[in-house]
Write a protein that binds this ligand. Structure first.
Ligand code: CDP
Length: 219
């Protein structure tokens, strides 16, 4: 895994997160005036997140533009960030989050959410916690963490994919989806292994942010 922040000069906050062969880059703009105006909330800020895969991120060339899958992923990332960012502290404002997947090998929504949360922190937004996100699952009888595309598509063993996002210091789950079938007991095990993975990601995120702010204070 690799994590770094402050990678985009022209954004208020930015980050890159790589896990295996999946890599996401996030840029955060704001808080700024809400556009379009009708989305404005008098008592809190709003987050608008766009997720996109770069054409060269997958072997088949991803079609440029936002499709239904991209919209859904943008929504789940927004929902998770809504729990992490203290939006009540920035009424009538908007935070734009743009996430791009530069390399995809499954788990892109999780890598994107992790990158987006680091970018929010890099932008100096008030937050309850960082989000650490990873997918878990089951391949045959094995409970696994961070499945690859090949593992996800392993139909013979009916693989199950469970993207998860955590606020580690609050012990809260902010993203939980399920693709496939799973028993209650196995889901519990997948969440446990997800929490363990998220704890490692969390440490990396904090290290990346500290590195950036220590360097900045030296200059
Ligand atoms: O990426 P994530 O697992 O969050 O979402 P998914 O919809 O389950 O996609 C799984 C994987 O399918 C992606 O990570 C890509 O590796 C691949 N994919 C692709 O090759 N072409 C697309 N247009 C969309 C996804």
């Amino acid at each position: 895994m690799e994590a770094e922040t402050g990678i985009i000069e022209n954004a208020n906050g930015s980050a890159r997160f790589k896990i295996g062969k999946t890599e996401a880059i996030a840029a955060v703009y704001g808080p700024s005036e809400v556009k379009p105006k009708h989305l404005e909330k008098v008592d809190r800020g709003i987050i608008l997140c766009k997720y996109d895969m770069m054409p060269f991120s997958v072997p088949d060339r991803a079609k440029p533009g936002i499709d239904r899958r991209d919209m859904e992923i943008g929504e789940v990332i927004t929902n998770a960030l809504n729990r992490a960012v203290l939006l009540e502290e920035m009424p009538r404002s908007m935070i734009a989050v743009n996430v791009y997947v530069s390399q995809a090998d499954a788990g892109t929504r999780c890598a994107s959410l992790t990158a987006a949360s680091m970018a929010c922190a890099d932008a100096g937004l008030p937050m309850r916690d960082l989000v650490a996100s990873v997918a878990g699952g089951k391949i045959g009888d094995s409970i696994c963490l961070d499945l690859t595309k090949e593992e996800e598509d392993f139909h013979e063993a009916a693989a199950t994919d469970v993207p998860m996002g955590f606020l580690p210091s609050k012990n809260e789950i902010v993203l939980l989806q399920l693709d496939g079938k799973v028993t209650r007991e196995d889901l519990r095990k997948i969440i446990e292994i997800g929490k363990m993975g998220a704890a490692r990601i969390y440490e990396l995120e904090k290290k990346a942010l500290k590195r950036r702010f220590l360097n900045e204070s030296k200059t």
